[in-house]
Design a protein around this ligand. Structure first.
Ligand code: SF4
Length: 451
């Protein structure tokens, strides 16, 4: 159970020395209770108090790491139930899936398709991060190991869905260096699976026929000393799975039940064969509360809405989505290419840069700090003004770019005169009102010899 500020305060040294950065031990205790500071920030805490408080003030949900190198992912670590309360911290990761019940050609085709989805959206690389390799009961164990080998060759982090200890052991031998998840423990085998996962140094997935069994098995694994777990909340039906996913997260966050405080796996591919339903369920469990969602096959039709949803959900609502200020050359632009400027709001940047790239006209896109706001909002807030634009150009652009033509957003045409007054030698041109009109606008300028 989470401790109150007063309970934490009773264990502090009460020196009020300010070394933790707080004016008093009481202020420090309140921040620790809110999760805003770690207990280790006080250098005077006794070892005994530290040991007691470290466990009691730890976040309600563990952060579990899987994979290695550029394919290492953090799961869990959430502190709130709803994104608007604070922020969600660890994105849902999607898994394509293959199974030992499939023939070789199907497995090969599905693994080859894992690389199909690959694009950037608002500065984030979107691709299928995980491959779920399922071991179907009574199929050949050596065939399963071969599929695991092939899946590992895709470079993706693996989730091994395997409840047979012998087969799981053999499969881990060929892929444990990539730090996969062994999703195989249940009430019947958890002791053996715990040993195998611990020896291989991998995260263990726990499942149960119902929520009670899942809870009891997780508690039993904790007793054995294993807290490197993920909970497979997939049950017999969509309804039961949804209830389990929500109940586990609520118990962890609201009730402080540490046995529920682990990331979760939802296997929507096991719930339905219908592709549209899989997509709908993947969206549902992205919101409620799948850390890993097994989707079966990932293609662009599924990825575009799903990754967009995920990106919206896992950005911090308190932080504007911004791109770094600077000069962005497009279409092979050099120092003589015309300049355009807009704000650093990520969505504006990617819309404008996309249209500029579509025009094929070499140009330099100049981004100054506008507080991550859109054009009109930044202008109304005084973050986009003739002073901010001219200062940025004088300090950051004039030494690097020889062109003295600047196109400003059509929505702030009112700034033209002031910018020209503050930037002697520059010709300021007003762009159309909408980004989509930029392609024709630039091509017309090019045809008229204005560039
Ligand atoms: S560092 Fe420790 S003793 Fe000093 S004010 Fe902070 S909590 Fe109190």
């Amino acid at each position: 159970m989470a401790l109150t500020g007063i309970q934490i305060f009773k264990m502090t040294p009460k020196k009020n020395c300010k070394e933790c950065g707080c004016p008093t031990c009481m202020a420090f205790s309140m921040k620790v209770a809110q999760g805003a500071m770690d207990i280790s920030a006080c250098p005077h805490m006794s070892e005994d108090a530290l040991a007691q408080l470290s466990e009691a003030t730890a976040p309600p949900m563990k952060t579990i790491k899987i994979g290695t190198g550029e394919h290492e992912y953090s799961l869990g670590g959430e502190t709130v139930l709803y994104r608007h309360e604070k922020t969600f911290v660890s994105e849902t990761r999607y898994a394509a899936s293959v199974c030992s019940c499939m023939d070789d050609a199907t497995v090969d085709a599905k693994l080859a398709a894992v690389a199909d989805v690959d694009y950037d959206r608002i500065g984030e690389h979107m691709y299928t991060e995980l491959v779920y390799v399922n071991y179907a009961k009574d199929t050949d164990a050596s065939k399963y190991v071969e599929i695991v080998k092939k899946a590992a060759a895709t470079g993706r982090t693996l989730v091994l869905g395997c409840k047979c200890p012998e087969t799981a052991k053999a499969a881990l031998e060929v892929c444990k260096d990539g730090k996969p998840v062994l999703n195989g423990a249940d009430a019947s085998n958890y002791e053996e699976m715990n040993k195998i996962a611990t020896e291989a140094g991998v995260v263990l997935g726990v499942s149960g026929a119902n929520l009670d069994e899942l809870y009891d098995t997780t508690a039993a694994l904790e007793k054995l000393g294993n807290k490197n777990l993920v909970l497979d909340v997939t049950m017999g039906t969509v309804k039961e799975t949804f209830e389990a996913a929500v109940a586990v997260r609520r118990a962890a966050i609201k009730d402080g039940d540490r046995t529920c405080g682990y990331p979760s796996i939802v296997n929507v591919a096991a719930l339905t064969e219908d592709k549209a339903m899989r997509e709908a369920l993947a969206a549902l469990f992205t919101m409620k509360y799948g850390s890993i969602v097994v989707v079966g096959d990932m293609d662009y039709a599924m990825a575009l809405p799903l990754y967009g949803l995920r990106q919206n959900l896992f950005t911090d609502p308190q932080k504007p989505m911004k791109v770094a200020p600077g000069i962005y050359p497009l279409n092979g632009a050099d120092e003589n290419s015309i300049c355009l400027t807009t704000v650093d709001f990520a969505l504006t940047y990617f819309l404008v840069s996309g249209e500029l790239e579509r025009s094929g006209v070499p140009c330099n896109l100049l981004i100054s700090d506008a507080g991550g706001l859109s054009v009109l909002t930044a202008w109304a807030a005084g973050k986009l003004s003739s002073t901010s634009v001219s200062k940025f150009i004088t300090e950051e652009v004039e030494g690097k770019i020889k062109s003295r033509k600047l196109i400003i957003p059509g929505k702030v045409a009112v700034l033209k005169g002031d910018i020209e007054a503050k930037l002697p030698g520059w010709e300021v041109i007003v762009a159309p009102l909408e980004a989509v009109q930029l392609v024709k606008f630039l091509k017309d300028m090019q045809a008229n010899g204005q560039l």
